[in-house]
Design a protein around this ligand. Structure first.
Ligand SMILES: [Ca+2]
Ligand SMILES: [Ca+2]
Ligand SMILES: [Ca+2]
Length: 197
């Protein structure tokens, strides 16, 4: 009885220590324009709403130095273990690139994550930079004037919705220590019982 209970406790604590909870597969689009800068007002396709309308065929062009900072409504994107967490969409094959930065304080400060590429959804993993805080803002900075609409043609910024952080090691430790202590107590109790019988 006690042994079963304690074995269960050990299994439970090892599960917690093993950690990696599975993230939900659902994604969420960034829908809030926090800030934007247009380096070249002569160029077409400058409607920032095209980057937050959930439509992967409409886009905002970001020629060299232009940027947009987008926020998620009510959710943060965490680093999901073994999975890509952020997805940056670009429309049309003009060979354009952009730099992607992430923020956990609504765009007050940023950390460079990676480069995103043209004519594809670029999949990015927060684990690549060890970013453990929840992302609530993403900044996309155009690096060139490629394509007929000059610059990176941003269609969507997408994240794993409410992805769950791995449980840190210390969370499972007290449970395991308690279970092992209990096992020792049962062993001592049994050996003393045997001596009496
Ligand atoms: Ca990840
Ligand atoms: Ca393009
Ligand atoms: Ca372009």
């Amino acid at each position: 009885m006690f042994t079963k209970l304690i074995a269960g406790m050990i299994a439970a604590s090892l599960t917690v220590i093993g950690g990696s909870q599975v993230a939900r597969a659902a994604t969420v689009d960034a829908t809030i324009v926090i800030e934007s800068f247009d380096s070249d007002t002569d160029s077409p396709f400058r409607d920032t709403s095209n980057a937050v309308d959930g439509n992967v065929t409409t886009f905002l062009s970001l020629p060299t130095g232009s940027f947009i900072t987008l926020g998620f409504s009510g959710v943060r994107v965490f680093d999901a273990v073994g999975q890509d967490d952020l997805f940056i969409g670009e429309v049309g094959n003009g060979g354009e690139d952009a730099n992607v930065f992430v923020s956990s304080d609504n765009g007050s400060s940023f950390t460079f994550l990676a480069r995103a590429f043209g004519n594809q959804i670029t999949n990015l993993d927060l684990a690549d930079i060890g970013f453990t805080a929840g992302v609530n803002a993403v900044k996309i900075v155009g690096l060139d004037r490629g394509g007929s609409a000059p610059g990176f043609d941003l269609s969507v910024v997408r994240g794993l919705e409410n992805s769950v952080q791995p449980v840190p090691l210390p969370a499972g430790m007290p449970l395991l220590i308690g279970a092992l202590a209990g096992l020792g107590w049962v062993a001592r109790r049994r050996s003393s019982g045997h001596r009496r019988s």
